[in-house]
Ligand binder design. Structure first.
Ligand SMILES: [Zn+2]
Length: 304
């Protein structure tokens, strides 16, 4: 069961939208490309795991805290007999190991992903103990998903799945018993409830410099054709319901200006007048509640 499906993180989402609404510096564009690559790797691994359609409990991109340490798990599987942790890397090119240090072929040191995994595993152990889930065996792996990745001098005993081993690994996973019970379901729900969304660190921006208007929900393009109740993206062909597109734009506004209250005037300006005041009001009321306060009235997201 997919307890916490994989979606783009708020950092990548913020970068994608900012990249469309303003021009990013070269450094920030590099960062966006790295985020895209990391997400593409996680997605590839995720789709394979989901494709096995087993009865295990799957949680993705968990942000947790244990013993005052924050840590992140790309993918976590709760199976019948164990808990599995995956750190997914979309590295490309040649790397080598010397001692316990890892390097890119040009000699640049990189963070040792096995050490990172060991840290995560010990924090997960501690977290499970704190919540009275004892004696659950944990298996952890660093998974390299890019077929253009190579690692020189890798000892045999490292908890690594290489790209050439991936197919076999998924086959083996498919053979393990995955049926879970209530105890494991409670654990999955507990871990999910402990997940905290982190506020992403985004490039600097101001309201004035951001291009206004509704962008495509799929490719962030402004090149949209407004038809009756839909928006058609001339770049990627996505068709989106106008209400959904406007509500998504309001979410974007909240992501970039979390302190700002939602008012019809702000949203009209943010969406660059794609629809009139009355239509915006009707659409807002689908997910928001009016907090009446005369001229200072505003809208607040309704709880689901
Ligand atoms: Zn598009």
């Amino acid at each position: 069961m997919n307890i916490k499906p994989l979606v783009e993180g708020s950092e990548l989402k913020g970068y994608r939208i900012l990249n469309s609404r303003k021009s990013l510096s070269l450094e920030k564009t590099d960062k966006l490309n790295r985020l895209e690559k990391g997400f593409a790797g996680e997605l590839l691994f995720y789709e394979n795991i989901v494709g096995l359609s087993k009865e295990w409990l799957l949680l993705n991109d968990l942000q947790l805290e244990s013993n005052n340490n924050k840590f992140q798990i790309d993918s976590l599987l709760i199976c019948k007999k164990s808990l599995m942790l995956f750190e997914v890397k979309n590295y490309e090119g040649d790397y080598y190991i010397e001692g316990d240090k890892w390097y890119y072929m040009n000699g640049d040191a990189i963070q040792n992903p096995v050490n990172q995994l060991e840290r995560t595993e010990s924090l997960v152990r501690r977290l499970l103990q704190d919540h009275k889930y004892n004696n659950i065996p944990i298996q952890s792996y660093v998974v390299f998903v890019n077929s253009n990745f190579h690692l020189y001098n890798a000892p045999r005993n490292l908890p690594i799945i290489f790209p050439t081993q991936l197919n076999r690994f998924f086959k083996e996973l498919n053979n393990i018993s995955s049926k879970t019970n209530n105890y494991q379901m409670r654990l999955a729900k507990k871990l999910h409830s402990l997940h905290k969304n982190i506020t992403p660190e985004l490039p600097k921006y101001s309201y004035g410099e951001l291009r206004k208007g509704v962008i495509c929900g799929n490719c962030c393009s402004f090149n949209l054709e407004s038809k009756k109740n839909t928006l058609f993206c001339k770049d990627c062909g996505t068709i989106e319901d106008i209400s959904l597109a406007i509500l998504r734009s309001v979410d974007e506004y909240t992501l970039f200006f979390p302190e700002q209250k939602i008012t019809i005037s702000y949203i009209l300006d943010w969406c660059n007048g794609i629809r009139g005041r009355d239509t915006i009001r009707k659409i807002l009321l689908k997910k928001y509640t009016l907090k009446w306060n005369g001229k200072a009235s505003y809208y607040e997201k309704s709880s689901d």
